[in-house]
Ligand binder design. Structure first.
Ligand code: SF4
Length: 206
């Protein structure tokens, strides 16, 4: 028997004796890995031409909460990780103040490759990339999905206007708040940003 066949059959045997919740966990991780591979080599829209690394997202699966931003910026493009630049550091502070642990949240964005000069994603880019986010939501099965900013709200809910969208739950699991970059530009928004995250923290435990 070849090495590969032996490995597969060992995994199958282990899987048969595994409790259902552990099997589900393994399936989730494998599904996410396949999706990450597809995203990393994706050429469905022209943004692949300018990327250093695609940024599929990071976090546990399943996870009770998911955060969805707009698109990778420069530092995310270089590292392949979501929200690691100035906006990411502000997000970390806000999560901490809201009593949330980043390591328990799945964090991603609508667009997985950096748009040139951090411009807003085009409609056709969003349309090409959105199925990846939809697949991530199916795999991660979050109780609450927090859409950060107008681009994420428009892509997922078809609605814009943060002030009007905040404070409500849409389609049973989606909430909308500011994008960390908007909070960086206007520090007065920080208190509302933290209070939105606090509210979602209490919802995810219900
Ligand atoms: S932005 Fe999305 S659709 Fe476009 S190339 Fe990257 S992964 Fe593919």
């Amino acid at each position: 028997m070849s090495d590969r066949v032996q490995r597969v059959s060992a995994i199958q045997k282990e899987s048969l004796s595994m409790p259902e919740d552990k099997k589900l966990l393994r399936m989730n991780r494998e599904d996410l890995r396949h999706l990450e591979d597809a995203i990393s080599t994706c050429r469905l829209c022209p943004l692949w031409q300018g990327r250093t690394l695609a940024v599929p997202g990071a976090g546990p699966a399943p996870a009770r909460m998911m955060l969805v931003g707009e698109a990778p910026g420069r530092e995310e493009d270089l590292s392949g990780k979501p929200f690691v630049g100035r906006g990411g550091r502000l997000l970390d502070r806000a999560l901490q103040q809201a009593g949330l642990d980043r390591s328990e949240i799945f964090i991603t964005s609508v667009i997985k490759c950096r748009p040139p000069n951090n411009r807003k994603p085009l409609k056709k880019e969003t349309t090409s990339c959105l199925p990846y986010l939809e697949a991530q939501i199916k795999i991660v099965r979050p109780k609450v999905v927090c859409l950060l900013g107008n681009t994420a709200a428009a892509a997922v809910l078809g609605r814009q206007g943060i002030q009007a969208l905040r404070g409500r739950i849409w389609q049973e699991r989606f909430a909308v708040t500011y994008h960390p970059a908007a909070v960086l530009r206007n520090k007065n928004l920080m208190a509302d940003f933290v209070s939105d995250l606090e509210r979602l923290n209490s919802l995810q435990d219900k």
